[in-house]
Design a protein around this ligand. Structure first.
Ligand SMILES: [Zn+2]
Length: 362
């Protein structure tokens, strides 16, 4: 449709909507305005696609020969400005026999049926809503006719590409091949991490999660990567949150060995703190090892030292140290963790007494 015809059609449409809107409420006027915008976008895009659909019968091939076209390949592309049919020419080279569809390359859509705008929008919506809700939302708000399976496929493919990019950036950041610059200069940056079991494809696997908090807000990551890959991702995200510039970095976690190995490796300058819940779990491990599993003596030992730890902070762990050392009947079981490590962790906890940092949340 030539530009003049588009203008005439739009003029008619606008005049019709304007005269029809007299006396209507704001919502109705708003809907009419949006219709004008959508029709203008669809007609314009249709014409843009139409006008560069005029392809020559023969083009130069990469091999130096000539590629000729006898046929076109009709297909539809879904865009944010309507669904359109295109008929790009298919060429075959007379010398090397190679097939090519140069229009797909120039449009940048490869063999897909969706514009980059549609892929980005549906992926973003699907990141925040279940796929069925995303389907409904995209249809209502953007007149996009995508079933939830399509939304899922687009979102998962986008996720794969983004995850791949992020992993590569994270590995480069840890190896100091690239430096991540942040605008944030937090006085205190708290990094915390945990692992939890999730059921994926019929089996239980550990998902590793990390949370980074400062007065600028909170960001979180979750991945099925192993510890090393997770550590790299956590480091990259912490770098974006001002790791380099932070006055103090605290690493808060439970007692899992892999987490503390990771903290020591990727965040060597961070103050390591065992969270309160797990600190108490460690008290129980010591008590059970010294006094027998779940015994009355173990219970009262935990009660006594729990209060000390909460009330006295760092002094408590000194006394705890003496209490453990003075206990002649101490016979650690295989379940007990290394007492020295526990002492260190408890002391670290008591020193800072950080349980729930008072931080703004994004
Ligand atoms: Zn060729």
């Amino acid at each position: 449709m030539p530009a003049e015809t588009i203008v005439t059609e739009l003029l008619n449409l606008i005049q019709g909507e304007l005269s029809g809107s007299a006396g209507e409420d704001l919502s109705s006027k708003e809907q009419r305005a949006l219709v004008i915008g959508r029709v203008a976008a669809e007609l314009s895009l249709a014409e843009m696609l139409e006008s560069d659909g005029d392809e020559p019968v023969s083009v130069a091939c990469e091999c130096g020969g000539t590629a000729k076209s006898k046929e076109r390949e009709g297909r539809t592309v879904v865009t944010l400005a309507g669904t359109h049919g295109i008929r790009p020419r298919k060429y075959v080279c007379c010398s090397c026999g190679r097939w090519s569809v140069p229009r797909d390359v120039s449009l940048g859509i490869g063999r897909g049926n969706y514009s980059v705008g549609v892929i980005a929008l549906s992926s973003e919506v699907a990141a925040g809503f279940p796929f069925e809700s995303a389907e409904d939302f995209l249809a209502r708000r953007f007149s996009l006719d995508l079933c939830y399976k399509q939304v899922q496929r687009l979102a998962e493919r986008t996720g794969e590409v983004l995850a791949c990019q992020e992993k590569s950036v994270a590995a480069d950041a840890v190896a100091e091949r690239v430096q991540i610059i942040s605008d944030e200069r937090p006085p205190l940056l708290v990094i915390s991490s945990d692992g939890l079991m999730v059921n994926v494809d019929g089996g239980w696997h550990e998902m590793k999660t990390g949370s980074i908090m400062s007065e600028y807000g909170r960001s979180t990551i979750a991945t099925m990567e192993r510890a090393e890959g997770f550590g790299q991702l956590l480091f990259a995200e912490a770098s974006r949150r001002g790791l380099e510039e932070a006055d103090e970095v605290v690493f808060l976690a439970d007692g899992a060995a892999w987490i503390w190995n990771l903290a020591a490796h990727d965040f060597p300058d961070a103050v390591e703190i065992v969270d309160w819940y797990h600190a108490i779990q460690h008290l129980w491990e010591i008590a059970n090892a010294c006094h027998g599993d779940g015994s009355g003596r173990a219970k009262s030992w935990v009660r006594r030292n729990e209060t000390r730890l909460m009330e006295d902070g760092v002094e408590a762990s000194d006394r705890l140290d003496k209490a453990v050392a003075a206990d002649g009947r101490r016979k650690p079981t295989h379940k007990a963790r290394e007492p020295a490590l526990l002492q260190y962790q408890l002391q670290a906890y008591a020193l800072h007494n950080v349980q729930e940092p008072r931080l703004s949340h994004r």
